[in-house]
Ligand binder design. Structure first.
Ligand code: C2E
Ligand code: MG
Ligand code: MG
Length: 675
């Protein structure tokens, strides 16, 4: 019983050792690859050994043994050898490899038996040397074959036993001590060879497994890398996309611009940038709320996307600003303006927000390389400057950066640079322009106007340097400095005319600034009732609620507040009734030739009606001609200001003017008394 139980595993092991394994396709393939390279060598060894043995027995052995049999074997070995050379060059799969290995395993049996039988058949015909050659043939062949079959364990074992066993028996039976010693020797060497072969086979299997694990790891690593790459590609895509409108964003614009600019420079081609800004977007946000504003932006982005093609890419730069990157090769300025106008026209189509229809328009600034621009950023700044002009001069228009703007931009940069380094305390001064009562003609107030005399640039208009100071955060300092001086000057004026002082949007935007202004008024000792602050619509539009709050603070102090340049903004009438104002200054563009321009006349008339309805004083600015004075007076304006009465005066001439005026008044009084 026990022998049966022990015999089964032994038989199983034996069977396993003598069959080609088929549980690991990768191993089968590796075996096949290594094996197919060595089999041709195996046949070469067999062929040369056999021919050599046949050669030494030419004369002693029969014809069929030394000619016919070797010839048959030679043909078999050569064809098999060539077959395996071809095999080794083929790309095969595991199933095929397995089939070929099994076939080889089967072929080992007949070839081994026939070879052994042939060599044993030669023994009786040879002398001692020839017998020794047979023994040598057997030994060297078996060693060579074991080596060559190392990768096919079953075949190597089969050959060893099929050759060694019969050969040892025959040699042992010969009684010849040399042959017996050779057989024993060969037996022992073969055992050692088998041991080496088995170890090599185990190593080969292990190495192959390690290689497979490594391959698996590499595949996993590659897969992971691929996933990481996909993830980072997705991140990059999202990082370049505007989250609201889903079009390319500012970051994408500047990186595309940089490469497009490099390309244009290298290839000497033309490149254009169009920067678009919406007009009337802020009121939509204020009136309908931010989600309506978002819808407008999404709709505008959708409309702009219609212009996105191979030669033109669309981006959202942020807020209500968009950009176009245009391949302008072979395109002239007119074509670019046409494109810009089409873009603006598409933006200006009505937009439905729920049940409401809103209207926004777009302005566009264009800059073209190589006409301008030393790099991408520079080209963008030129387009942005053109946009600024488009908005300032004529809303909803397209402006291409040109030589005139280049000059203006150069000047702007110069002013920025010089203002930044200026000694404001020393270089700034004030001029005062009289404001006269429309009926009596007497000076009732003075508007303080900033004057900058730069040692580098000479006199610079406030219209030029105030916006620069506003943009670069120097305006608060200027306001504080000039207000303190103006308050001091006004305190010395006889007859108590009021001081009208211009404030910037920035002065009103932050409560802290307003509180500083209030502190300056309090410190001056001038009665707040003698102070009038002029604010512009831009200041109100900037932050409507904060503007109201700031105006309320100034009014609560007892100061007057006027809306300056009235009529130049687009939403004046919408806002004026909500503001706690005391005066309105009608812009000089309506005063200019009012006697000849019916439209101006009508506008001023209705503004005056509005003022009287709201209890506001109306002051006309920029009065230059007698006809204008006459009409304005007839229309019922309260006060006037302009070159007709006086240009802005240096501070020291104010007192003289007031003195002269009061002298005239005294004389007139005396005359009346004497009459
Ligand atoms: P504004 O407040 O509307 O001032 C009136 C401008 O019209 C002044 O120009 C004045 O010189 C000019 N002007 C007066 N009468 C006439 C006239 O009959 N015809 C013409 N064509 N112009 C006349 P100015 O002094 O160049 O000031 C320009 C603008 O700069 C001012 O417009 C005001 O907005 C701003 N500004 C001036 N000084 C200051 C200041 O101290 N602070 C702030 N924030 N802005 C100031
Ligand atoms: Mg003013
Ligand atoms: Mg004005």
């Amino acid at each position: 019983m026990s022998g049966g139980v022990g015999g089964v595993p032994l038989f199983q092991t034996f069977k396993r050792l003598l069959t080609v394994p088929n549980d690991n396709p990768e191993l089968t393939l590796a075996q096949f690859k290594a094996f197919s390279r060595q089999v041709p060598l195996l046949y070469l060894i067999l062929l040369t050994n056999m021919l050599s043995l046949a050669g030494t027995h030419q004369t002693s052995a029969p014809f069929w043994l030394v000619k016919v049999v070797p010839a048959v074997f030679a043909v078999l070995f050569v064809t098999r050898g060539i077959g395996w050379i071809r095999e080794s060059r083929k790309a095969v799969d595991a199933a095929y490899a397995y089939r070929r290995l099994v076939a080889t395993n089967r072929l080992v049996l007949p070839i081994s038996l026939l070879s052994v039988a042939w060599s044993i058949a030669l023994i009786p015909y040879g002398n001692d040397y020839q017998k020794a050659h047979v023994a040598f043939f057997m030994s060297i062949t078996v060693i060579g074959v074991i080596f060559c079959l190392m990768h096919l364990r079953s075949a190597a074992l089969m050959v060893t036993f099929l050759v060694i066993l019969p050969f040892s028996i025959i040699m042992g039976l010969s009684g010849e001590p040399t042959l017996i010693a050779t057989a024993v020797n060969m037996f022992l060497v073969s055992l050692a060879m088998v041991a080496i072969m088995l170890r090599h086979y185990a190593d080969f299997t292990k190495l192959n497994e390690q290689r497979l694990t490594l391959l698996d790891q590499q595949t996993a690593l590659k897969e992971k890398n691929r996933e990481m790459q996909l993830l980072s590609d997705e991140n990059l895509r999202l990082a370049n996309l505007d989250s609201l409108t889903r079009i390319a964003n500012r970051r994408s614009f500047f990186s595309n611009l940089a490469s497009a600019f490099e390309h244009a420079q290298a290839e000497k081609t033309r490149l254009a940038i169009g920067v678009v800004d919406l007009d009337g977007f802020k009121p939509v946000n204020d009136l309908y709320g931010h989600s309506a504003g978002d819808k407008v932006l999404v709709e505008v982005a959708d409309r702009l996307s219609a212009f996105d093609n191979a030669g033109c890419s669309i981006f959202r730069l942020g807020g209500d600003e968009f950009a176009l990157l245009i391949d302008a090769d072979g395109t002239d300025e007119k074509a670019l303006v046409d494109l810009g106008q089409q873009v603006c026209a598409s933006i200006s189509q009505p937009i439905m927000i729920g049940n409401s229809v809103v209207h926004v328009t777009g302005s566009m600034g264009i800059a073209v390389y190589p006409d301008v621009g030393t790099n991408g950023q520079d080209l963008y700044e030129h387009a942005d400057y053109a946009l600024y002009n488009a908005k300032r001069e004529n809303r909803a228009s397209v402006v291409v950066f040109n030589a005139r703007q280049a000059k203006a931009l150069f000047r702007l940069r110069q002013v920025e640079e010089v203002l930044f380094a200026a000694d404001l305390d020393r270089e700034l001064s004030l001029a005062y322009q009289p404001i006269v009562d429309a009926v009596s003609g007497r000076t009732v107030g003075f508007e303080a106007l900033a004057r900058w005399t730069s040692p580098v640039l000479g006199p610079v208009s406030p219209a030029e340097f105030i916006p620069v100071a506003e943009q670069h955060g120097r305006i608060n300092l200027i306001t504080r400095l000039l207000l303190t001086r103006a308050l001091k000057d006004a305190a010395s004026w006889s007859g108590e005319p009021y001081l009208s002082f211009n404030l910037s949007p920035h002065d009103l935007a932050v409560e802290e600034n307003v509180l500083r202004i209030i502190a300056a008024v309090n410190a001056s000792g001038l009665a707040p009732g003698r102070i009038n602050f002029e604010i512009t619509e831009t200041a109100i539009m900037h932050d409507f609620d904060q503007a109201i709050h700031s105006i309320e603070l100034l009014r609560a102090l007892g100061c007057q507040v006027s809306l300056d340049d009235f009529g130049t903004g687009y939403s004046s009438l919408n806002h004026v009734h909500k503001l706690p104002l005391s005066r309105i200054k009608i812009d000089r563009c309506f005063v200019d030739h009012i006697d000849e321009r019916a439209a101006s006349y009508k506008i001023v008339k209705s503004v005056l009606a509005l003022c009287s309805e709201m209890g506001l004083m109306a002051i006309a600015e920029g009065v230059e001609r007698e006809e204008e004075v006459r009409i304005l007076r007839a229309l019922g304006v309260d006060a006037m200001q302009g070159y007709y009465f006086s240009a802005p005066l240096p501070g020291d001439l104010v007192a003289a003017r007031l003195k002269a005026e009061s002298a005239v008044a005294v004389k007139a009084k005396d005359r009346m008394k004497s009459e």
